[in-house]
Design a binder for this molecule. Structure first.
Ligand code: FES
Length: 107
């Protein structure tokens, strides 16, 4: 087995445009044009970006098609965004979402 890392793009011989940068919890992450936020996070070896409401367990993308809601995150200040459906836009700011994502409404 070769040491080169294979990616979906390399497997199909794709030549995407240059990556742009999004921010995740203060860390700069490259994202390709058209790539979902969840896919960009996965490509950066980030597998969890939400915690469950009751027990605070880590969650990330599961279904990848907008059905399970495991991939919720706060994107540009808006909580409860399904990152598997959102194309990463240059300059997007993504933050880990804890619980129900309504911390701004807490008393
Ligand atoms: S991964 Fe299931 S809704 Fe996004």
């Amino acid at each position: 087995m070769s040491g080169a890392r294979q990616t979906p793009a390399s497997l199909v011989g794709a030549r995407p445009e240059a990556a742009h940068i999004i921010e995740f919890d203060g860390r700069e992450i490259p994202a390709l044009p058209g790539q979902s936020i969840a896919a960009a996070l996965w490509a950066a070896d980030i597998l969890a970006w939400r915690t469950t409401r009751v027990e605070g367990r880590p969650r990330g993308a599961f279904c990848g098609i907008g059905a399970c809601y495991d991939c919720l995150a706060t994107v540009n200040g808006r909580p409860n965004q399904r990152t598997c459906l959102l194309p990463a836009q240059p300059g997007d700011t993504v933050t880990t979402q804890e619980g129900h994502g309504r911390a701004d409404l807490a008393i």
